[in-house]
Design a protein around this ligand. Structure first.
Ligand code: BTN
Length: 259
């Protein structure tokens, strides 16, 4: 699918699976918000991707600002689904895994790529990608929105976090349209498989091979408190399991692994 950018007359080529709708913006508040508006208008198809060159109000986990610079990827994958919320959380892990493999592929497997529980991708310990999963209902339909930000060519300034870009790490200049086209095909193959067989165990085992700090002492911040322990495993929906110093196993559904 080719779209003409009216402002610059550039031809942007997206090669995406035929059953996806494509919505592109030069500038939008947030592609996740645009996805929600589309759902609320009653016009959302079963599968869409929404992409914007820039976002004026991009956001991440816990409402943190996601600085959205032109040249980086700001993508939301919008999917109609009848799965339960607990199962939908598994899509964060599926998406991170596909993205990590895709980054490894485009960089010829030379980088130290790790998956930081639950939703970050790191290269050499520095964040390159964040994923934000949201759900929305409209009438009797339910949708999941997978918001994905990847630092392709720009490295934003983020307080209290080391950040990097694909350009910095691998000296690769890739356009968001080109990157999205490669990623979405691989994502869709895995998504269709998961939707059909519901097999999270396969994804979980692969995810763990790339997990950052697995079997190490970690601290999880769940919004109110910090909980520390040895990163033992993730459970059958992706919750993190820590073994605390008194030998207790603690399962945490939502939180953030503190560096
Ligand atoms: C995080 O690391 O906290 C998740 C960041 C998610 C950012 C992406 S960029 C595309 C989509 N639109 C948004 O406003 N956020 C997500």
């Amino acid at each position: 699918m080719a779209t003409i950018d009216k402002d610059s007359n550039e031809l942007t080529i997206f090669k995406i699976p035929a059953d996806y709708s494509l919505i592109t913006f030069k500038q939008v508040d947030s592609t996740n918000k645009a996805a929600k508006r589309l759902v609320n208008s009653g016009n959302a198809n079963k599968k869409s991707i929404i992409i914007s060159d820039e976002q004026s109000n991009g956001y991440g986990q816990r409402g943190r600002v996601w600085e959205s610079l032109k040249g980086n990827l700001h993508l939301s994958v919008l999917l109609e689904t009848d799965k339960q919320l607990k199962e939908l959380q598994e899509l964060v892990f599926l998406t991170a895994l596909v993205m990590a493999k895709y980054i490894a592929q485009v960089t010829h497997g030379n980088l130290d790529i790790k998956l930081k529980w639950p939703n970050d991708i790191l290269i050499d310990g520095k964040k390159i990608c964040g994923i934000l999963l949201e759900t929305i209902k409209f009438q009797n339909k339910q949708f999941v929105i997978i918001g994905i930000g990847v630092n392709l060519s720009k490295t934003p300034n983020v307080q209290d976090q080391a950040v990097t870009s694909l350009k910095k790490e691998a000296n690769i200049q890739t356009l968001p349209a080109e990157f999205t086209s490669g990623f979405i095909r691989q994502f869709d193959t895995e998504y269709c498989q998961w939707r059909q067989d519901g097999n999270f165990n396969k994804i979980r085992e692969e995810w763990k091979k790339l997990a950052y700090n697995l079997h190490q002492n970690v601290t999880i911040n769940n919004g109110n408190t910090n909980i520390s322990g040895r990163f033992h495993d993730i459970d059958d929906h992706g919750a993190i399991i820590l073994k605390t110093s008194n030998g207790q196993m603690v399962t945490i559904n939502h939180g953030n692994l503190v560096f």
